[in-house]
Write a protein that binds this ligand. Structure first.
Ligand code: ATP
Ligand code: MG
Length: 359
């Protein structure tokens, strides 16, 4: 179970952080069921005044999913707002979380700062970790493949599950985060060198960008500001070009595009010694990215030819997802003792109690 906010097209940070992994998991077939969803309701929590942006990006994200190889035959793809059960779950979970606990969430703290919300944080945005717990638990998710920024959300969801099960009895399933195993992919930086590539920061290389656009962005990427002349020794820490190479480069890329070097370690060593220019490294990165992105772009173009079919697919996905969420909600209501009309025992008991007191 995992998802993305339709606040823009998906970028290579999403790809290495989560999307690539989802496709691998789908194709490995180890999970009985997989759900991937477009978090439009969550996107509205900080874009409430721009519903058109969210609406337009739903289809963009769906196209990116399909282009990357998510297969609706194997994975249920759906749109969050179409599953009202999620709102109801969130409402109950709100009783299990304190305000100070939400305030401690480091990702939300950073996001509040980034958006300049300060004291004007919408309640919906502030509480989105709770709604995310509803998204995850509604599908009894065991595994959530995401980037590192989602760690606090999974921790929050786990706490809610434990507290719920402790109070109301074993009902919900504890989720586990599945982080990328490559450190560079945990939180891919932006092309400007900022800590995270993010749609909201405008420092992204999008999966659907043309080859020219990608090349332009790579060539103007942030590297090492102290590496002015080719002969200067260069630094790797905070050097985005090398971080991207860590995320994307495979041994065969050297044979194909840079046969002078046997591997990435040798390339890095040369850069650190001095004598290796940024342009050469950037050209290498560009070749690698183009090779990875070209098939994604091509597949996207094919899917773009039949947009109504994609809405149909999402519609079916929503119906399937809704049925699963409704089952969980039944369990939750029963556990919380708010299932008044499907509990014959309760009605009989109450009838007996009142009869006895009348006698
Ligand atoms: P927004 O700025 O609107 O929050 P975003 O770019 O952060 O958008 P999300 O939709 O919030 O994207 O995140 C979707 C998924 O992609 C999450 O699993 C998140 O961890 C992952 N992800 C997003 N950006 C990165 C990144 N730069 N590196 C690794 N993973 C990322
Ligand atoms: Mg985000």
């Amino acid at each position: 179970m995992t998802g993305d906010r339709p606040t823009g097209r998906l970028h290579i940070g999403h790809y290495v952080g989560s999307l690539r992994r989802r496709v691998e998991l789908q194709n490995a077939g180890d999970y009985k069921k997989m759900f991937v969803f477009i978090a439009d309701a969550q996107a509205l929590t900080d874009n409430m005044d721009n519903p058109e942006k969210v609406r337009q990006n739903v289809i963009e994200v769906a196209l990116d999913y399909l282009a990357c190889g998510l297969d609706p035959e194997k994975v249920t793809l759906f749109i969050q707002s179409q599953i009202p059960e999620l709102c109801e779950l969130s409402f109950y979970y709100m009783d299990l979380v304190s305000v100070s606990r939400l305030q401690r969430n480091p990702t939300v703290k950073t996001e509040i700062q980034m958006r300049g919300f300060e004291s004007s944080i919408p309640v919906g945005f502030f509480t989105y970790p709770i709604s995310q717990a509803a998204d995850i638990t509604a599908f009894k998710a065991t595994t959530v493949p995401t980037g590192e920024d989602q760690k606090p959300m999974i921790e929050q969801a786990t706490e809610i599950v434990r507290r719920f099960n402790y109070i109301y009895g074993e009902t919900l399933v504890e989720p586990a985060i599945l982080l990328p195993d490559n450190a560079a992919c945990l939180r891919l930086p932006g092309t400007d060198g900022k800590a995270k590539m993010s749609k909201s920061l405008g420092n992204c290389i999008y999966l659907s960008e043309t080859a020219d656009e990608v090349q332009k962005k790579v060539m103007s990427m942030y590297t090492d500001p102290e590496h002015i002349h080719v002969s200067d020794p260069g630094h790797l820490e905070g050097n985005t070009v090398f971080t991207y190479l860590d995320a994307f480069c495979r041994p065969e890329h050297f044979e194909r595009y840079l046969p002078d070097y046997p591997n990435l370690d040798e390339l890095k060593a040369h850069y650190q010694r001095g004598g290796l220019g940024d342009m050469k490294v950037k050209r290498f990165l560009n070749n690698i990215l183009q090779e990875e992105l070209e098939p994604i772009r091509q597949r996207r173009k094919e899917f773009e030819k039949d947009i109504p079919a994609i809405y149909d697919m999402l519609h079916r996905g929503c119906e399937d997802a809704r049925a699963v969420a409704a089952d969980t909600l039944d369990d939750v209501r029963r556990a919380m003792k708010i299932n008044y009309f499907d509990d014959a025992e309760l009605i009989a008991e109450q009838a007996k109690r009142f009869k006895e007191s009348a006698e």
